[in-house]
Design a protein around this ligand. Structure first.
Ligand code: G
Ligand code: G
Ligand code: NA
Ligand code: MN
Length: 254
């Protein structure tokens, strides 16, 4: 069985799971939302991380079906938390390039929010810098429709692609996620300090929100707070966790 057909079967047999990693306000440490991250609970291989199967799904139309499953699952989960008076904040899902190109993403998002009776502001879509920049004008159009729908849009892995700043300025997005490769050695690498300061400054100039990825140490948080990066996520706060564990965290908060 090829990995692709195993994955197709896995999707049909409910082997996919969404885990959640908290996003926090760095200055206060308060939870402000979470990123949903997919996992595959394979009957023989155990828990398979997304790096091992998302690229395969992206080579076929399977990523469209998986992407729809992710959106539906995240929205259904958020609906349940809201019904239980648990304030989860905004939930972010990752969206692949092919979903934008062929997936009818705007209609899927509209339908999914409607099905679960959710306001669009509680959903965030993360699209990588390379995808956002690659697709040119077609991409801008889709992002604009999503913006009109009211969902929150952010550029993932920012700093790893090759953004034209004039194009970035015209992209209808709300925020940037600073790639974790720059945050990793922030406490000891002066190049990473310079790059991170430059990204923060670009975001401030363009009026974009910021999230730092991969915050693992208090020194990194302190640097980010001192330089005006509002939010972050990373092992310093929490690893990604199953929905039940994230729900416990919501229950025990305050
Ligand atoms: O959770 P982890 O750090 O192992 O994720 C690794 C990569 O997999 C990240 O780049 C992340 O963006 C990607 N990924 C995780 N969940 C999803 C998903 O639901 N859809 C897509 N397209 N990518 C995902
Ligand atoms: O590519 P994307 O940014 O979507 O991926 C998020 C990935 O980063 C997830 O696989 C998540 O497990 C991982 N991650 C989140 N926080 C940290 C961290 O503090 N350190 C490291 N090394 N990885 C992290
Ligand atoms: Na992401
Ligand atoms: Mn990222």
């Amino acid at each position: 069985l090829s990995l692709e057909s195993a994955l197709r079967r896995g999707l049909a047999q409910n082997e996919l799971e969404l885990w959640y990693q908290p996003k926090v306000d760095l200055a206060s440490g308060e939870l402000c939302g979470a990123e949903a991250l997919i996992r595959w609970r394979h009957p023989q291989r155990g828990l398979v991380p997304p790096d091992e199967f998302i690229p395969i799904a992206e080579d076929s139309s399977l990523i469209i079906a998986i992407g729809e499953w992710v959106l539906h699952t995240a929205c259904r989960q958020l609906r349940r938390w809201r019904d239980a008076d648990l304030r989860a904040g905004r939930i972010a899902v990752n969206v692949s390039g092919r979903q934008f190109k062929y997936g009818g993403i705007v209609e899927t998002v509209r339908q999914t929010l409607q099905t679960h009776g959710l306001p669009s502001e509680c959903l965030e879509l993360e699209v990588t810098e390379s995808v956002a920049m690659d697709e040119g004008e077609a991409m801008t159009g889709v992002l604009r429709q999503l913006q009109q729908l009211g969902v929150y849009l952010s550029i993932d892995d920012f700093g790893t692609g090759y953004s034209s700043l004039s194009y970035l300025k015209r992209l209808p997005v709300h925020g940037l996620k600073i790639d974790r490769s720059f945050i990793m050695d922030l406490h000891k690498d002066s190049d990473d300090v310079a790059i991170t300061r430059a990204i923060i400054s670009i975001a401030h100039s363009l009026g974009l929100d910021l999230v730092a990825e991969g915050v693992e140490r208090p020194e990194q948080r302190d640097f980010l707070v001192a330089h005006g990066c509002q939010s972050g996520q990373g092992y310093f706060y929490s690893r990604p966790m199953p929905a039940e564990a994230f729900e416990q965290l919501l229950r025990h908060r305050r």
